[in-house]
Design a protein around this ligand. Structure first.
Ligand SMILES: *Cc1c(COP(=O)(O)O)cnc(C)c1O
Length: 892
């Protein structure tokens, strides 16, 4: 172990920056009471209940049970008169408006707050109950939660959609318009953040005691505007208007230290005292997660940096106004922005401090909650499981070690045992540019104690390996958590792996690949059993029931009730109806209606008119070279060329097609942004070509989001998931599309493979090279010019002949294929891609065959419910069980 890592034994004067009171308060005590309406528990009874909660050990169970009974039977009434009263109460008392001055914005806010009262009541009940049951909880740590909108989701979960529609109708509003007033909570980049949102939804709906932990970014990622065909990023000020779906918790605040010095405890070798006067306060905001068909309400706890105490009154009084607020600014920027990266690692110092603020506050909070049970720290793994969603929360491992060693005074071995039994780690990518690494000098400066702990974790790990594989120095170099580069780097994926008892990939192929690549040596050392697969899933609540009401009503007719929303295996019953003429027609009509709705959305967002009877061909996801939107637009260019060659008579017989793109590019990712420009340049020319008319339209929908996805996905006929084999860990939008009766055109990659296995290969269009062939092709292309086929060459030629404006600006994209080694193998896969497109077209022309594919697909997709994923995690990783909140008078 090195001694140049910031360990000083000199005594240091006591820290001047006295940390504000740590959140020693009861973190789960509610701050607000349900609005006083019919049948609400009386204030006195509530008080008594809460008092019983904080010292529940001393109460006799029967008495507490009794109170829960009373409490649970006092849900706010569900009749429209009560709803109307509560909406008007919020309108007047929360927003200082009157019914006559109510606009749709305030109609939304007042309605949302009235719904929130109900969630709050259930939220309290859930957490009281879980505390009292001493239930083991899972904590899902994720730097991103892409939750989208909550209002409609909550109405459906509470089964109050009809009632609110009626109530709003009575005061002159359409529910759909009111729903549209809500802004997305855009606390994520893409699939990884959406996965976290689906997972907390599934935990709530399946009654698993689970919380999400994350950061409350003041500006979501960014709002994407398209100017002159280019992506322009503007701040997404999503918190400008009141957010009904968060509860500030000023009482739940923890100090988080940075920089400073270490003092060794003379009486305890494992223990250090970390002194610093750079201390920020992380304050909690709770976001309720409505459980559908259950009283259970989950929680996402998001941290925000609190700045009030950092105002420097002395500087202010001496006239140094900038200096007076300087500390506040420095603190605030910690939770201002979400790094707009997807599958890249931006090793910025601010990002590291952000990650630590998140991890430290979360660990302190989990431990504070655990301590209230009165059990010894060694039993933490009995009551808490922590899942690391990718490497971003990995500092949780050394942070838990620090707390156990320095504050709880545990021995190293005991602390390490508790830590590794508590954490599990999900890997999301093997793209080299995404591997998170931090320079040792930077970590050492910002988090000296953690650097020391990481050194020691690594030392003990390497010693154990050396014992088993003596003399294999290359092995030690390969698996070391510290990479021997200049400067040295901490490999976060390795730290997460060593600190966890289970490591999983997110689809079968991906979990295999990580065992053969980055974790190959770890599998040999730590055993096969530690490395498992947990194929991703998506929430049927949001991605079927909410976004596709017509198809959902059809499924409900077949199943007999709506219980399939929480038990997706029931959709299997659709297969019985695949030959039913009437049912098939209604199935088709539902899709057509969704296409009509998307056509309207496209018109309002882009001004482009599309024909809802055309084939809707969709690729919506983050823009990235490995996802190959470039290959897609090049095939569109080739199609355009072919159409132009035809006589008008022949062309008129062609299948009409709308090619739809959406997605954000990371702000610093120049190539991806050029792809957006190319798509828009092609769209401009093609859409204005009168010869082409409705035969081909190209659309780029700006500012892709969960809400945009909820419009787009139910309307797709074919969707493209065409990553180079082996590069997309799983994908989740592929699942969403098929769950909405769309067909996939895709590569043999990620979850496409398992989708094909489940629904049958007739229901999916595969093309392209296989993952095990990729390395050979790449190797070949490093030393040989790629050979574009005629179709691809034609597309390049058209660009270079300035068909879509100045071709020179797109030359770098062409060069990435013909001169850059074609890393993503466009030239290899293009011929089979075009063939697959032709197969899709033939199949779509046979409408009856297409409807059959669509129905069978949905019927066989139950594996891809996130409920299944969560159940697997619960049983095989977290060792937790559902805890259903006791009987409730709700009729759902
Ligand atoms: C599901 C989803 C994603 C993930 O899409 P992939 O195609 O799996 O990359 C990204 N963004 C949003 C808004 C989503 O809903």
């Amino acid at each position: 172990m090195s001694n140049n890592n910031g360990y000083f034994s000199t005594t240091i004067p006591p820290s001047t920056a006295k940390a504000t009171t740590p959140g020693a308060h009861d973190a789960d005590v509610p701050v607000a009471q349900p609005t006083s309406l019919k049948r609400v528990v009386s204030g006195a009874a509530l008080k008594e209940l809460l008092a019983s909660g904080s010292s529940s050990q001393t109460k006799t169970p029967s008495k507490v049970d009794n109170m829960f009974q009373n409490y649970s039977h006092s849900e706010i009434a569900r009749d429209t008169a009560t709803i109307k009263n509560s909406v008007i109460m919020h309108l007047t008392a929360t927003f200082l408006r009157t019914p006559t001055s109510m606009d749709s914005g305030h109609a939304y806010l007042a309605s949302a707050f009235s719904v929130r009262d109900r969630l709050l009541q259930r939220w309290n009940l859930t957490n009281e109950f879980h505390d009292r049951m001493k239930a083991k909880r899972v904590y899902y740590m994720s730097l991103e939660f892409l939750i989208g909108r909550t209002f409609d989701n909550a109405l459906l979960a509470l089964d109050l959609r009809k009632e609110y529609g009626q109530t709003l109708g009575e005061v002159g509003f359409r529910l759909e318009d009111i729903i549209d007033e809500e802004r997305d909570a855009a606390l994520g980049n893409g699939g990884l953040g959406r996965l976290a949102a689906c997972y907390v939804d599934s935990m709530a709906c399946s009654d698993y005691p689970g919380w999400g932990y994350g950061l409350r970014y003041k500006y979501g990622m960014f709002q994407q505007q398209i100017l002159n065909g280019y992506q322009v990023e503007v701040p997404d000020c999503w918190l400008d208007s009141p957010n009904p779906w968060e509860f500030p918790r000023p009482d739940v605040t923890y100090p988080v230290k940075f920089y400073g010095h270490l003092v060794r405890d003379p009486n305890n070798d494992d223990r250090y005292i970390w002194e610093s006067n750079v201390v920020y306060d992380a304050m909690a905001f709770d976001v309720p997660v409505p459980g559908y068909g259950t009283t259970n309400v989950g929680n996402i706890r998001l941290w925000s940096c609190k700045t009030n105490s950092l105002f420097d009154l002395n500087k202010f009084n001496s006239g140094d106004y900038g200096g007076a607020t300087g500390g506040q600014v420095a603190a605030q920027i910690l939770t201002d922005v979400l790094y707009p990266n997807d599958n890249t690692n931006d090793g910025k110092e601010l990002r590291l401090r952000q990650e630590y603020l998140f991890c430290s506050a979360t660990m302190q909070d989990i431990i504070a909650r655990f301590k209230k049970t009165g059990r010894p720290m060694s039993e933490l793994p009995e009551l808490a499981a922590i899942q690391l969603n990718d490497t971003h929360p990995t500092l949780g491992v050394p942070e838990l070690m620090r707390i156990l060693l320095d504050e709880e005074e545990m021995s190293w071995d005991d602390a390490w045992e508790v830590t590794t039994r508590t954490f599990a780690f999900t890997n999301h990518t093997i793209l080299p540019e995404a591997m998170e690494k931090w320079p040792v000098p930077m970590l050492d400066k910002i988090l000296p104690r953690h650097m020391g702990i990481i050194y020691k974790i690594n030392l003990y790990f390497l010693q154990a390996v050396e014992k088993r594989f003596p003399g294999d120095r290359d092995l030690l170099r390969r698996i070391s958590i510290i990479e021997e580069s200049n400067p040295q780097q901490v490999r976060m994926a390795f730290l997460a792996c060593v600190g966890s008892h289970k490591v999983n990939g997110v689809a079968a192929i991906h979990s295999d690949i990580i065992k053969q690549t980055i974790f190959k040596d770890f599998v040999r050392i730590q055993g096969e059993d530690k490395f498992i697969n947990k194929t991703n899933g998506v929430s049927p609540r949001r991605w079927m029931n909410e976004c596709n009401p017509d198809m959902s009503d059809l499924i409900t007719d077949v199943v007999g009730d709506r219980s399939w929303v929480n038990d997706l295996a029931k959709v299997k019953k659709l297969e019985e109806r695949v030959a039913d003429e009437d049912f098939r027609r209604r199935w088709w009509d539902a899709k057509q209606k969704n296409k009509q709705r998307l056509a309207e959305y496209i018109l309002t967002t882009t001004g482009i008119q599309v024909n809802p009877n055309a084939l809707f061909d969709v690729q919506v996801k983050r823009i990235h070279e490995y996802k190959r939107q470039l290959m897609n637009i090049l095939s569109v260019i080739y199609r355009y060329h072919c159409l132009k060659q035809m006589t008008p008579e022949v062309r008129a017989k062609e299948l009409h097609r709308v090619v739809i793109f959406a997605g954000k590019a990371a702000s610093g990712y120049w190539v991806a942004k050029q792809v957006i420009k190319l798509i828009n340049a092609v769209a401009e020319v093609v859409n204005a070509d009168e010869e082409i008319g409705d035969v081909l339209k190209v659309v780029f929908i700006p500012d892709y989001s969960v809400t945009a996805a909820e419009y787009i996905i139910p309307a797709s006929d074919i969707s493209q998931h065409i990553s180079t084999a082996g590069t997309e860990a799983s994908g989740t939008s592929n699942m969403k599309f098929v769950l909405n009766g769309g067909i996939i055109l895709g590569t043999v990659d990620g979850a496409n493979i398992e989708i094909g296995e489940e629904i049958g290969e007739e229901q999916i269009f595969f093309f392209g090279c296989l993952a095990h062939e990729v390395e050979d092709f790449r190797h070949y292309l490093r030393f040989n010019q790629p050979k574009p086929d005629d179709a691809l060459q034609t597309a390049f030629d058209m660009i270079q002949r300035n068909t879509f404006g100045d071709g020179a600006i797109f030359q770098p994209l062409i060069d990435s294929v013909v001169r850059g080694g074609d890393v993503y193998l466009l030239s290899v896969d293009f011929p089979s891609y075009i063939q697959a497109h032709n197969a899709v077209e033939d199949a779509y022309r046979n409408r009856e065959e297409w409807i059959t594919k669509s129905i069978l697909s949905v019927a066989r997709m139950s594996k891809f419910s996130s409920d299944r994923s969560i159940q697997e995690y619960a049983e095989e990783v977290w060792n937790i069980e559902p805890v259903r909140v006791t009987s409730c008078s709700m009729g759902i």
